[in-house]
Ligand binder design. Structure first.
Ligand SMILES: Cc1ncc(C[n+]2csc(CCOP(=O)(O)OP(=O)(O)O)c2C)c(N)n1
Length: 283
């Protein structure tokens, strides 16, 4: 487990560099991978109970990527904890018979708890898993589910949100990557999410909120989660920037998905590296 802020920020830098490398080879959902990269780093490198050598352990925490198009950032995090090599992700991504692709698939990759990609499905499935754990008498595992803010416009999200409260799923932690953009533009101009914290609160959820691109804040939010035995589900609303860390990608709808030229790749990597070194020095 990685626990200092510097180590976690370094891990997030490595993950972003891997994302950019992959993105220089082929088109990936880079905008939403980068926005959620810090959340995923703190979750996978610090927070979750997950042993890559015993992936069916009953006591493990479960992870569901409801915004299934952010498969690459998940795979690079799993590589970092030893599930497989990051180079394998790059080599096999979107190839015939490869374990990694635009959307996570557990038929070819056993580290994927649930295959996702069709938005609005992962969250209800995560609710079912959380209810199942309670029925089985497992009160030590949590279920973490990561959603997009565009994804909140799926009706199934709100059916699940209602049920999670009804079934007292305090072992369920929903995370919303609130980056303000979906595939076709700003959410405020498409469906209009309104006050999302207030909506979850009205449904009976416990709401936590933070800057989702700030590792220290994220760590503090995870540290204060209620115990899995609690009876109220928690949503962590993470305010993020789509394309975070690469200035020409930040808040740009066109970088929802895409491929980098060699020149763009080099400029993006040097910007990220410079930013890290300005803060922590060269080590
Ligand atoms: C049911 C469904 N409709 C449409 C899509 C196509 N799609 C893929 S990503 C995306 C945008 C999602 O926006 P958001 O949830 O905000 O994700 P992020 O911006 O974080 O990438 C859409 C519409 C899909 N995967 N599933």
């Amino acid at each position: 487990m990685v626990s200092t802020i510097k180590e976690l920020e370094k891990a997030a830098l490595e993950i972003r560099k891997n994302l950019l490398k992959l993105c220089s080879i082929q088109s990936i959902h880079i905008g939403g991978d980068l926005s959620v990269a810090d959340v995923m780093t703190v979750l996978w490198q610090y927070q979750m109970k997950y042993d890559p050598s015993d992936i069916h352990a009953e006591e493990r925490d479960r992870f569901v990527l409801s915004k299934g198009h952010a498969s690459a950032v998940t795979s690079f995090n799993q590589a970092m904890i030893g599930c497989f090599d990051a180079d394998d992700v790059i080599k096999e991504y979107a190839t015939d018979g490869g374990r990694f692709s635009m959307h996570s698939c557990n038929l070819v990759n056993p580290y994927v708890e649930v295959s996702t990609g069709s938005l609005g499905h992962g969250f209800p499935i995560a609710c079912g898993i959380a209810a199942g754990l309670k029925l089985k008498g497992n009160f030590q595992s949590r279920v973490y589910v990561v959603m997009g803010d565009g994804e909140q416009s799926e009706g199934s999200i709100w059916e699940a949100a209602m049920n999670a409260v009804h079934y007292k799923l305090g072992n369920l932690i929903a995370i919303v990557d609130l980056n303000g953009l979906e595939a076709d533009g700003p959410i405020s101009e498409l469906t209009g999410l309104g006050d999302i914290a207030q909506k979850y609160r009205a449904f009976g959820w416990s709401v936590q909120e933070c800057d989702g691109n700030n590792i220290a804040e994220l760590k503090a939010q995870f540290d204060r989660l209620p115990a899995p035995t609690s009876e109220t589900p928690t949503v962590l609303i993470c305010h993020t920037v789509k394309g975070k860390g690469v200035s020409f990608m930040e808040n740009q709808t066109k970088w929802h998905a895409g491929k980098l030229t060699q020149e763009q790749y080099e400029s993006a990597v040097s910007e990220l590296t410079r930013e890290f070194q300005n803060k922590w020095g060269i080590d």
